[in-house]
Design a protein around this ligand. Structure first.
Ligand code: GZL
Length: 361
């Protein structure tokens, strides 16, 4: 029996309507999004648990911001963020919570190097990859973490000390006339261990008089206490090696309050201050003003680097176990255009008002 035209027409409409409903049932997302979600293990979002050690410095804040801006809902992630307030026990608790929530990846910025074996074994047992970022962990079995990305802190220190050596040579300052103190970062952190080792090795190599090491915990307040103690006990210090910018700002405050001038002319009584990070705006302004003579860059923008690792893992690829970030040397003067270290030339980036204006932090 031949169907009349209206019946055929109705069937066409029903077929097209069914196809539209089918498309809508696919979530209405374009093919790209669906394949992208498939790439992320077929879930609606990738869940990342991030244990951040604290908020002690501008570097740390920039590092947190970098992670949060990358692991956003818009980018297809759910970020579970925990600020441990400088306490390893809080980080261990956070990691256990991430395991309970069965996150897809754990990212850990460890406050110090030791004490991670047990909790990382629990994460491994749960089959959750752990990415270490910034500082490192000292564990008995390197299979307890998937990989690490961060800075070479010892190299940072060697570069800043080499800059000083070039500068002292250029100004005719003898090594025995350099009386230097080290305001250390959080004791036991990779950044402190590396920067202190680089400092000690280079000071020894060049015969500088190392007057003292004082813990400054990467904070302005602790560094002020340390500098006050140094001024009470020593009267010959003419160079202060600060293991981060926040410490350097505290040191400058104390030196200026005690009537001293911060600058590179140590032959005529100024006190040279050098530092690390290059994230704190006030510190970079002090570089331009000449109150800080040299800053070893320590780049905090690890968010994209960690995401690149996660995408590799999601594709079944194996990232490098250790990934070091390339970093520069910043100075307020062009006296030392570049340094040679380990057979490699490092050009010095000279900061001025224009650089300051464009500085991204
Ligand atoms: C270095 C980082 C250090 C910074 C400090 O990567 O661990 O900790 O240099 C921060 O500013 O507090």
């Amino acid at each position: 029996m031949m169907m009349d035209r209206p019946s055929v027409k109705i069937i066409y409409i029903m077929i097209i309507a069914s196809l539209c409903c089918l498309m809508a049932a696919c979530g209405g997302k374009d093919a790209g999004a669906v394949s992208d979600i498939k790439e992320k293990g077929g879930k609606e979002r990738i869940v990342v648990g991030f244990s951040q050690l604290g908020a002690e410095s501008d570097w740390r804040s920039a590092n947190t911001e970098s992670m949060k801006s990358v692991f956003s809902k818009e980018n297809g992630y759910e970020l579970i963020f925990d600020d441990a307030q400088q306490k390893q026990t809080n980080q261990i608790t956070a990691i256990r919570s991430f395991i309970q929530q069965d996150v897809d990846y754990i990212v850990l910025a460890p406050v110090t190097e030791t004490g991670w074996d047990t909790v990382l074994s629990e994460a491994k047992e749960a089959g959750i990859p752990v990415i270490i970022v910034d500082r490192q962990v000292d564990v008995s079995d390197e299979s307890l973490f998937t990989c690490w990305v961060g800075s070479d802190f010892e190299l940072e220190a060697r570069k800043v000390c080499m800059w000083m050596s070039y500068f002292f040579n250029k100004k005719g300052i003898k090594s025995e006339d350099v009386h230097i103190v080290d305001i250390q970062g959080t004791i036991g952190s990779t950044a402190q261990i590396g920067r202190t080792k680089g400092f000690d090795d280079m000071a020894n190599l060049y015969g500088w008089d190392v007057v003292a090491h004082e813990p400054g915990d990467f904070t302005k307040s602790k560094a002020k206490e340390a500098m006050f103690a140094i001024l009470r006990n020593y009267d010959n210090v003419n160079v202060v090696f600060c293991e981060n910018d926040n410490e350097a700002l505290g040191v400058i405050e104390v030196l200026e309050a005690s009537g001293k001038k911060c600058g590179s002319d140590i032959t005529n009584g100024e006190i040279m201050v050098v530092s690390f990070d290059g994230v704190n705006k006030a510190a970079v302004s002090s570089l331009v003003a000449g109150k800080i003579s040299c800053i070893g860059e320590c780049n905090p923008l690890h968010g994209p680097r960690v995401e690149s690792i996660i995408r590799k893992l999601a594709r079944g690829q194996e990232p490098y176990k250790y990934q070091y970030v390339n970093e520069k040397i910043f100075a307020g003067t062009s006296a030392v255009p570049s340094i040679m270290l380990g057979g490699k030339e490092y050009k010095v980036t000279v900061f001025n008002e224009e650089t300051l204006y464009e500085w991204p932090y």
